[in-house]
Design a protein around this ligand. Sequence first.
Ligand code: 3AL
Length: 184
Amino acid sequence: MTKHDKKPRMSLKPISVVNSMSYEDFISLFGNVIEHCSLCAAAVWRDRPFSDVNSLHKSFCQFADQLPIGGKEGILRLHPDLAGRLAMSGGLTNESTKEQQSAGLNTLTDQEKKTMHHLNQQYKQKFGFPFVICARENKKEAILTGLERRLNNSGETEAVTGVEEVKKICRLRLLDIVDSSSKL
Ligand SMILES: NC(=O)N[C@H]1NC(=O)NC1=O
C-alpha cells in the first residue's frame, strides 16, 4: 500500500465466485452498482450463471431497459445531484464521491457551482428527475455543456438518455468488483 492509498483495494472477484453467491451476498456486493437500487441486483441474481462481467452487465442493462418509463424515471430519482447538497455535506455514497471527484466536480469555482446548481434545478423542474451523466467518462466542462444541451430534450428522451448513462456508471462499478479476465 502506498502512502496515497486511503484503504486497501478490495480484491477483484472471479466470475465463478460471483456465480456461487447466495442472493444475500450478491445483493450486498452489487446492491449499489445502480445507485441506491438494490432491487436491480435482487432481480439480476436469478440470471446466474454469468459467463463473465459483460454478461453480468447485460443482465443489469436488460432489467433497466424493460422497465416502463415510470420505472426508468424512478432509477434516475435515486441519483444524487452532481455537485449538489449531498456532495457538499459529504453525504454521497463512496462510489458517487469518487466518480464526482474524477470529473473534477470537487474543484468547481464559485461561478461554476452557481451555474451547475441553477441548471440542475431547471432540469429537475422540467423533467421531474435529476440530470444523470457518467461522471467518470466526462470532465466538469463537458458535464456543464451536456446539462445545458440536454435541457432542450423531451422528457422521454431524457429518461432514456439518463438510463443509458446509468448503464455506463453500472459497467464501471462492476469492473471495480469483478475480475474482467475471468470466464465461466
Ligand atoms: N446525477 C448523477 O449523474 N450522478 C451520478 N453520476 C455518476 O457518475 N455518479 C453519480 O452518482
